[in-house]
Write a protein that binds this ligand. Structure first.
Ligand code: GLY
Length: 394
C-alpha cells in the first residue's frame, strides 16, 4: 500500500516537472499584453513631447529611458510585429488598429536601398500584417521592397551585400544575419510569380553555406567578398568576441535562416545545414543549463558573461519550425519548450518594469559596449513568434 503511494507521488511529481518545463502560453501572452500597454503609454508620452516625429518604434532602454528609432533603423519593424502577434493572439479590433498604425511609418523603407535589412524592417511588420489580413496594399509594399533589396545583389559574388559602412575594413561585407532577409524574397516570388527573387535568395543561401561556416557548423559573422571576382577576402566578426568565435545571435540567425530556406525550397541541403547548426548550439558545452546562451559561445569570461536573450528567442522560434521537417522533432520541441519556459520564468521584465519591454537581459553588441544586458525589441518579437509557434504544435 505504502509502495503504491510512493509510486503515485513519484509519477505525479514527474508529470508536474515535465509540464513545468513547457511555456505557459496564455500567461505569457497576458504578461506581454500588460507590458505592451505600458510601452504604448510611454511612446505616447514621447510623441506628445514632440521630440521627433521620425522616431517611430522602440528599440531598447538607454540609461533607463526608452530609446526610439526611425524607420531606417534595422529594428524598426519589430514593435509593429509584436502588435501583430498580439492581434493574432486575441483577434481584437484594438490590436489590429494599433498594429496597422505602427506598421504604416515603416512602409516607406520599401524604397531604401542603402541596407540589406529590408526583411527585418518590412517583413516583420508589413509581412506579418499581410499574413494576418491579406490586405493587397501590404502585398504591394512587400513586392516593392523585394525589388529594392535585389539591387544589392551582385551576380559575381552571388550574394546580397549587407553593409555600406566600415569601408576601411571591408569591400563587400555579407553578414550571417542577412539570411533572415531572404524570407522577403521567397515570399515575393510566391506572391508575384516572378522567380528572380527566389533565384537570388537561393544563390545567397548557397554561397553563404559555402563560405560562412566552419567545419563544426558554427558561423562566422562577416565575410568580405571581392565584388569583381567573388573571391573571399576576409572572415571576420563585428559583434562577436573574436573572428574565430561563435557570436550567439549569429548562430541563431543561421539556424532560423536555413530552416526558413528549407520551407520555401525543400532542398535537403538546407535541412541538413539547419540540423547541423542546431546540433552545434544545443550540444555546446558553453550553452548554460537554462538554455539561454551567453552573448558569444566563446566569450572568455564564461560563466561571468552577459546572456543574450534575443539569441534564445530566435533559436526557440527556429526550432519549432525545424521540428516540423526533421527526424529530430522530439529533441527540438523539448529544447524549444524549455527555452521558452526559461525565458518566461527567469528573463521576463518584472511586471510594469522596463518601460513595457517583455523580456530583459539581451545583448546588442558587447564589443561596442552597446546594449549590454538590456531589453531589445527583437527579443520580444521572436519570443512572441515562438510562443505562437508553440501553440500551433500543442
Ligand atoms: N542584425 C543585427 C544584429 O543581430 O545585431
Amino acid at each position: 500500500m505504502q509502495l503504491k503511494i510512493v509510486i503515485t507521488l513519484l509519477m505525479l511529481s514527474l508529470a508536474l516537472s515535465a509540464s513545468a518545463q513547457k511555456p505557459n502560453y496564455k500567461r505569457s501572452f497576458e504578461q506581454a499584453i500588460a507590458q505592451t500597454q505600458i510601452m504604448l503609454a510611454e511612446i505616447g508620452q514621447i510623441q506628445q513631447s514632440g521630440l521627433s516625429k521620425d522616431l517611430v518604434s522602440p528599440r531598447t532602454l538607454y540609461k533607463g529611458k526608452l530609446k526610439m528609432v526611425a524607420s531606417k533603423d534595422w529594428t524598426s519593424g519589430f514593435f509593429p510585429g509584436v502588435l501583430w502577434f498580439i492581434y493574432e493572439f486575441d483577434n481584437s479590433r484594438k490590436w489590429l488598429d494599433l498594429a496597422r498604425n505602427f506598421t504604416s511609418p515603416i512602409e516607406q523603407e520599401k524604397l531604401n536601398s542603402g541596407t540589406h535589412d529590408m526583411g527585418f524592417k518590412v517583413f516583420c511588420s508589413v509581412g506579418t500584417g499581410y499574413r494576418l489580413t491579406r490586405d493587397s496594399h501590404y502585398k504591394d509594399v512587400i513586392l516593392e521592397s523585394a525589388n529594392t533589396l535585389v539591387k544589392r545583389y551582385n551576380p559575381k559574388t552571388g550574394v546580397i551585400r549587407s553593409w555600406d559602412h566600415n569601408t576601411d575594413k571591408w569591400v563587400n561585407p555579407v553578414i550571417i544575419d542577412n539570411m533572415m532577409n531572404l524570407e522577403l524574397l521567397f515570399e515575393a516570388t510566391r506572391l508575384s510569380g516572378d522567380s528572380s527573387f527566389h533565384q537570388i535568395a537561393v544563390s545567397h543561401a548557397n554561397v553563404t553555406m559555402q563560405n560562412h561556416f566552419r567545419p563544426d557548423y558554427s558561423s562566422y559573422h562577416v565575410i568580405d567578398y571581392d565584388p569583381k571576382t567573388g573571391k573571399v577576402l576576409k572572415k571576420n566578426t563585428h559583434q562577436g568576441y573574436s573572428h574565430e568565435s561563435a557570436w550567439s545571435r549569429g548562430q541563431a540567425w543561421a539556424l532560423y535562416g536555413y530552416t526558413m530556406c528549407y520551407r520555401y525550397t525543400r532542398d535537403p541541403r538546407y535541412l541538413k545545414q539547419a540540423e547541423q547548426v542546431a546540433s552545434y548550439i544545443l550540444s555546446h558545452p558553453n550553452l548554460p543549463k537554462d538554455l539561454v546562451p551567453y552573448w558569444d559561445f566563446n566569450a572568455p569570461g564564461i560563466p561571468n558573461e552577459p546572456r543574450d536573450v534575443s539569441a534564445a528567442a530566435v533559436i526557440a522560434s527556429a526550432l519549432y519550425e525545424l521540428s516540423d521537417y526533421s527526424n529530430y522533432r522530439k529533441w527540438y520541441l523539448k529544447k524549444a519548450n524549455f527555452m521558452l519556459y526559461s525565458l518566461g520564468k527567469n528573463y521576463a521584465s518584472p511586471a510594469g518594469d522596463n518601460k513595457g519591454f517583455i523580456l530583459a537581459h539581451s545583448t546588442g553588441s558587447k564589443p561596442a559596449n552597446s546594449e549590454i544586458d538590456v531589453p531589445l525589441s527583437y527579443a520580444d518579437y521572436y519570443y512572441l513568434e515562438a510562443l505562437l509557434r508553440y501553440k500551433r504544435r500543442s
